[in-house]
Design a protein around this ligand. Structure first.
Ligand SMILES: NC(=O)NCCC(=O)O
Ligand SMILES: [Zn+2]
Length: 539
């Protein structure tokens, strides 16, 4: 590999996967950060920088469209610098995070401005925002959302059906969905039945079932499946595309499948690696590795250790549940796999141990209710799934084809959220966002995941101990090498990080594509055109 940088990069001898696997030995020509050619041989001048992929797979930069960074409800989570650094080191070149409205925010403009301030010059990778709506005022619905789409390029909203501080009722959801349809926005939904969860939680606490493992018991599959069914019904009434985020329940997935295949509705589904690999038994774990100030580590009993795996929806109970998620990935029900990177420190008074620490101070009983929800995962998403796609010893039923890996982790998320033509594929005209993996059999490829190889600011990983057969060796953002895992470098930088926190560009997104079902379906039981009597239709 020649080391001089030039305006033209010829990425030779890789096996390129766009959404199909192309033949080995192709070169990718890059100019001005854009892919300009893919051919068996490309002209190279003295200025041309050639990177030899050595026969390894080259995949599009990961597009992780569900990442929580620097939100007020996760004070010990990653901020932009560490979260985006972690994203980069795990092969992502684009992340979509959230600008989150508080109930006290009457307007979205200051909210978005604040999140811009948090992210500006702090992101190693390109980025955009979804809007979390918790109080859809008339002026937000009638005026502000349009400006968000047209001026800010924010073309997606996320709605919560659970969490006291965020949840919306059916009426608010319908109003938002109808406006989203009108504006061509994508509606993301966190689907869990809030009342079911609240009632079970109250009773668990009454019977002194307070430990982390009860978090999963408080949020049963039926809560997810009922809310999923209801979200689909509301989207049907509003005739709008939706994406149900972080799906974990076989029954909920069957609702999505039925909506997609029987009713041909634009119901998209997202899952995350933790719902494909991890079980609720993790919440009962009691042994944890602690690190002392001398860098020594030792195993210790910790009744709260399972809180590290608290997320919502929770990890499910059985291998059959995991298998059902895998089946949904492979039968097409799942449209995207995101990380739902929603990290929080374990050993911190604001993190997962918060209830224990608070309870000591107030002489009360710590409960799972006060544990901040969410898991870190932006850096592990691609390596874990790439292993499922390329490791011949991955268990049957838990494999992905390589094109499906690319589709679920890059191409579909880019298309869903209005980045098609720019991100998520290796094709002329696209940004040269590329991941080059190690050639198979390379000594450095294989890795057992542990927190010390990761770049987030979190003190654990839920994927600890999972073996992956490969890791992104090089990551290029718009044609420039930003991650080289083998480079020791450099002052003030983590090993392997070549980029800067100001590299990431804000992405103004276009309208998302409908990847499943069709728009404009008449809801069952309504007459053709009946909705026109009461709903403003898209011109
Ligand atoms: N998923 C999770 O447990 N936390 C992140 C916040 C959310 O639910 O969207
Ligand atoms: Zn959520």
């Amino acid at each position: 590999m020649r080391q001089s940088w030039a305006s033209s990069i010829d990425l030779a001898s890789g096996r390129v996967t766009a959404t199909e696997i192309l033949q080995p030995g192709l070169s990718i020509g890059v100019k001005g950060g854009i892919i300009v050619a893919i051919a068996l041989s490309l002209p190279a001048g003295p200025e041309t920088k050639v990177i030899d992929a050595e026969g390894a797979y080259v995949t599009p930069g990961g597009v992780d469209t569900h990442v929580h960074l620097h939100q007020d409800n996760a004070p010990t989570g990653d901020k932009w610098l560490t979260g985006s650094r972690s994203a980069l080191a795990g092969g992502n070149t684009t992340i979509l995070a959230f600008a989150s409205q508080k109930r006290t925010d009457e307007s979205l403009f200051p909210v978005v401005e604040e999140y811009h301030n948090r992210a500006r010059d702090q992101s190693y990778v390109d980025y955009g925002f979804h809007l979390i709506l918790t109080k859809p005022t008339e002026s937000i619905l009638e005026n502000e959302l349009k400006v968000m789409v047209e001026r800010e390029g924010i073309t997606s909203v996320k709605l919560y059906m659970t969490y006291p501080a965020m949840k919306l009722g059916d009426g608010d959801m319908l109003e938002i969905m109808m406006q989203a349809r009108q504006l061509g926005m994508t509606t993301m939904i966190h689907a869990e039945n809030s009342d079911v969860i609240d009632i079970i939680t109250k009773r668990l606490l009454k019977y002194h079932h307070t430990q982390p493992r009860y978090h999963a018991i408080a949020r049963p599959q039926i809560a997810e499946s009922e809310a999923t069914n209801r979200a689909i019904a509301l989207a049907t009434v509003a005739s709008t595309p939706i994406l149900i985020v972080h799906m974990s329940s076989p029954i909920a997935l069957s609702h999505a499948r039925k909506a997609q295949s029987k009713a041909l509705l634009p119901v998209h589904a997202e899952t995350c690696p933790h719902y494909m690999y991890l079980l609720s038994s993790e919440l009962a774990a009691t042994s944890i590795t602690m690190h002392d100030e001398h860098g020594h580590s030792h195993e210790t009993e910790d009744e709260w250790a399972g809180s590290r795996h608290i997320c919502a929806p929770p990890l499910r109970h059985s291998e059959a549940d995991l298998q059902s998620v895998w089946d949904s990935v492979n039968n097409g029900t799942i449209t995207v796999i995101s990380s739902d990177h929603a990290p929080t420190l374990y050993n911190s008074s604001g993190g997962k141990r918060k209830p224990l620490i608070d309870a000591k101070a107030t002489n009360s009983v710590p409960t799972f209710v006060q544990v901040p929800n969410g898991l870190p995962g932006v850096e592990t998403r691609l390596p874990v799934l790439f292993s499922a796609a390329t490791n011949p010893s991955a268990p049957a039923g838990r494999r992905l084809s390589l094109p499906r890996f690319v589709e679920l982790t890059s191409t579909n998320p880019a298309k869903m959220y209005g980045l098609a033509g720019k991100k998520g594929s290796i094709a002329p005209g696209y940004d040269a966002d590329l991941v080059i993996w190690y050639p198979s059999g390379h000594n450095d490829a294989e890795l057992i995941i542990s927190n010390d190889v990761l770049h987030h600011s979190i003190d654990y990983t839920p994927f600890d101990g999972i073996k992956v057969c490969n890791w992104p060796r090089y990551v290029m953002l718009r044609g420039e090498m930003k991650w080289n895992r083998d480079v020791e470098l450099s002052e003030g930088h983590e090993k392997g990080i070549l980029g800067q926190p100001s590299d990431g560009q804000y992405l103004k997104r276009g309208k998302g594509q409908v990847l499943v079902g069709r728009l404009g379906q008449t809801p069952p039981g309504m007459k053709e055109g009946e909705q026109n009597e009461w709903m403003e239709m898209v011109p």
